[in-house]
Design a protein around this ligand. Structure first.
Ligand code: RUQ
Ligand code: CUA
Length: 649
């Protein structure tokens, strides 16, 4: 391993970050203040025009905010329990989470049809536990978590959706000896470790995901990517760092080469290779070895330790962020195609052709220091987040004039300072063929004391930038919990989420809607309670059981009115479900201690919300109370106590 030190770069990053941390607020003049305030002001009773779906980073959740107000509206729990909505407590969500209690979410992707958002699903990735989840936009809830994905470690390079939501494409941030579970010495990294790109197949009707196929790769650390459209339809692109294949002190050892290799993947060819039987199975997944199946994978060298790799709305330009070089690299997909067809290669890496850099690059745009991600407005402009310079740089995509080509500085049009150290940015609809444009949100890694002092735990800052004019305008800022990475913006008018679950559509076999069907049944040590919830009572409001019983409780919220959500918390049993109107939820516990455990509605639902309570009576084994709703263990169905008429409705 070469040991030429790269400390100056590391130091430059640290200094830049420190310099921007002074916490001084940027001064905005009076007139601009008023105009900006109006631009993001959504008056009480009025609504935002766009949804902003932020990934919640290592909170594992999705935050939904409105644009232009930047107000947080709701949190959608995905990879971690969230007592606020009872997520991770009922059987269904517990099963989805499995043994994991956290995830590290990075890149949400709205489903697309014909390279436009179709408003059906939002897919999100979990870097930490190699999972992908699907949120259905008809109810803003997580409906599937797929994973851990076999043969995949560090699911960071996802979720990148193809133009008709055929696949979610993922690439691994880390490499390990495969199949998982095999042990090899990290010193043998180059030989023993592998990375992977995966095609997660999405059912076009239901959105149900399953692992389709995988492409074995050298042990580079795959970073960010995106999918093609238009001329680049059927292709996908990822940057990598650590083409050096270092296994230790990566800060230094993975920044040795002046260029790293990006992956250019023909995912339709991968799909076809599997259909043609050109794969072998590993851990239940068809694996393609791209050295043996030409045409699936190519490499392109781009500037040092790149990060983002974004395809513009026309599908023609692919922009890689340089991270450690002060430029973005613009690839021309037509030239990529030509280089592939004419075999304009500069050698190969382990049998994978490396496209000749000069043959595929349109130019290196001097955007400034620390370019990470690029977004597009559909009008020929690109916006790049600058981590070190702490700004957003607006520049002009090709085609460039001869004059511009001579000096690409001329394509750099505007910069707006951000606070501070911008990571991702999102332009409304950037990854579609028709961006909405207008708004850009910068997701900054440091808030550096611009907010009221909340102690050492610091929020992240997001800034709303108006990109509708020639010059960008900083409009507003807001704070979030850690830590939004990427985000997606969807026009509110494009979806009509349900606000209640209609009774007719509740297919839960344990749903009950009438008092007659509620009750507690006992069979051996299996006790099953079916309850209704409506303002302001549970029916029945007493559940009898014994120590050693398996207790299953199904609660149906029989309201059909928006906002009438009920909760079901049980004292000292670590249970809290919430049921939205028309929804049935189930929990299951093994009863281990005797006592009387009150249960109560956890969601403030009515003036008599406090009164919405009942008792779980757990007798000692074999000693049921005389008044219990069953008299003998093993008895069949017992009627529930007959409650008085509901007072609350
Ligand atoms: S990464 S700050 Cu996880 Cu999306 Cu670029
Ligand atoms: Cu139901 Cu509070």
């Amino acid at each position: 391993m070469k040991t030429k030190t790269k400390y100056p770069i590391a130091i430059a990053i640290v200094i830049a970050a420190t310099l921007t941390s002074c916490g001084k607020s940027s001064s905005t003049n009076k007139g601009d203040r008023t105009a900006n305030a109006l631009a993001s002001y959504v008056a009480p009773g009025e609504k935002d025009e766009y949804y902003l779906f932020y990934s919640g980073g290592h909170s594992g959740q999705v935050f939904v905010a409105g644009i232009p107000s930047l107000r947080h509206i709701v949190t959608i729990p995905v990879f971690a329990p969230y007592p606020g909505t009872g997520y991770g407590f009922d059987e269904e969500s517990k099963k989805m989470l499995g043994d994991f209690t956290w995830g590290d979410m990075h890149h949400p992707a709205l489903s697309q049809t014909d390279s436009k958002y179709d408003g059906r699903w939002l897919f999100v990735n979990d870097n930490a536990n190699n999972r992908i989840a699907r949120i259905d936009l008809h109810d803003f809830k997580t409906h599937q978590i797929l994973g851990p994905i076999p043969n995949s470690i560090g699911n960071h390079g996802s979720s990148f959706i193809t133009e008709n939501s055929e696949y979610i494409l993922c690439a691994t941030r880390f490499s390990v000896p495969l199949p998982k579970g095999r042990v090899a010495d990290p010193k043998d990294y180059e030989k023993e470790f592998s990375g992977m790109a995966s095609g997660i197949k999405v059912d076009p009707q239901t959105g149900e995901m399953k692992v389709g196929w995988q492409i074995l790769t050298p042990p580079f650390d795959w970073d960010l990517g995106s999918t093609g459209k238009g001329p680049s339809s059927g292709w996908a692109f990822w940057t990598s760092y650590n083409t050096e294949m270092a296994h230790d002190v990566l800060e230094v050892n993975s920044s040795q080469k002046d260029r790293d290799l990006c992956a250019v993947v023909n995912w339709r060819a991968a799909e076809k290779a599997v259909a043609d039987g050109k794969s072998t199975m590993m851990d239940g997944v068809p694996i393609i070895d791209p050295a043996k199946v030409p045409g699936v994978l190519y490499f392109v060298p781009v500037g040092k330790s790149p990060h983002g790799m974004d395809v513009d709305p026309s599908g023609k330009w692919i922009v890689a962020g340089g991270k450690l070089q002060p430029a973005t690299t613009v690839l021309n997909f037509e030239k990529v195609q030509a280089a592939i067809n004419n075999k304009t290669f500069e050698g190969d890496f382990r049998g994978i052709p490396i496209l000749k850099y000069e043959a595929v690059v349109e130019g290196e745009v001097p955007v400034g220091l620390g370019p990470l991600h690029t977004q597009f407005d559909g009008k020929g402009f690109a916006y790049t987040s600058m981590f070190i310079d702490s700004n957003i740089t607006k520049w002009k995509l090709p085609p460039w004039t001869d004059e511009e080509k001579k000096d690409l500085n001329k394509t750099v049009l505007d910069k707006v300072p951000c606070h501070f150290s911008t990571g991702h940015l999102v332009v409304a609809g950037s990854d579609t063929k028709n961006p909405y444009g207008k708004w850009l949100v910068a997701m900054n890694k440091l808030s550096a004391g611009r907010h009221i002092n909340v102690g050492p735990v610091q929020p992240e800052s997001s800034q709303l930038i108006d990109i509708s004019g020639d010059k960008m305008k900083m409009i507003a800022e807001a704070y979030t919990e850690p830590e939004p990475h990427f985000a997606q913006i969807l026009k509110v008018s494009e979806i009509q989420p349900a606000e209640v679950y209609p009774k007719a559509e509740n297919k839960d076999p344990n749903a009950v809607w009438d008092k007659e069907n509620t009750g507690v049944t006992r069979n051996g040590n299996q006790v099953v309670a079916k309850l209704t919830a409506i303002r302001s009572r549970f029916t029945p409001d007493r559940i009898d059981a014994q120590v050693g019983d398996d207790l299953t409780v199904h609660v149906t919220n029989i309201e059909q009115t928006r906002d009438m959500i009920h909760g079901f918390g049980v004292i000292e049993q670590n249970i809290n479900m919430t049921m939205d109107p028309g929804e049935t939820k189930t929990f299951h516990i093994k009863l281990t201690k005797a006592g009387v455990f009150p249960f109560y509605c956890t969601n403030f639902c009515s003036a008599l919300h406090q009164e919405m309570q009942g008792y779980l009576v757990v007798s000692n084994a074999g000693q049921p109370l005389p008044g219990a709703v069953y008299s003998q263990p093993g008895n069949a169905t017992q009627p529930a106590p007959q409650p008085a008429a509901s007072p609350g409705n």
